[in-house]
Ligand binder design. Structure first.
Ligand SMILES: [Zn+2]
Length: 115
């Protein structure tokens, strides 16, 4: 017997989580706390996590690196929730048509600048 389809897709261990599902998950778990803390305090947590990622990249195990990438993404997502930015929409608008610099799907921008 199959489960009735829910209009909102829930994360599942059976398949990869989408960016939209991850943002909703973070919203469901933390939004009231995140809003109470505010952008400034939350941004400080993001920066702290970026520092921990730097340490893990330098001398951490693969598992430690995975954990720190997850934390950085979670805190980044939290800030997007607090200010009302839909990450899927943001990423689609900026990168969905290729490199924002050259418009190609394999970047051909000069190496002297970013990206
Ligand atoms: Zn490019």
């Amino acid at each position: 017997m199959s489960k009735p389809e829910d209009s909102r897709s829930e994360p599942s261990a059976d398949r990869p989580i989408t960016l939209a599902e991850f943002q909703q998950l973070i919203r469901d778990m933390y939004l009231p706390k995140d809003v109470a803390r505010g952008v400034d305090g939350t941004f400080m947590w993001l920066v702290e996590e970026v520092g921990e990622l730097a340490g893990a990249l330098r001398d951490g195990s693969h598992k430690e690196q995975q954990n720190e990438f997850a934390d950085v993404l979670a805190w980044l997502t939290t800030i997007a929730n607090v200010v009302g930015v839909d990450l899927t929409e943001a990423v689609q608008k900026k990168y969905g048509s290729g490199c924002p610099g050259c418009g190609q799907f394999v970047c051909r921008c000069s190496d002297s600048g970013k990206p």
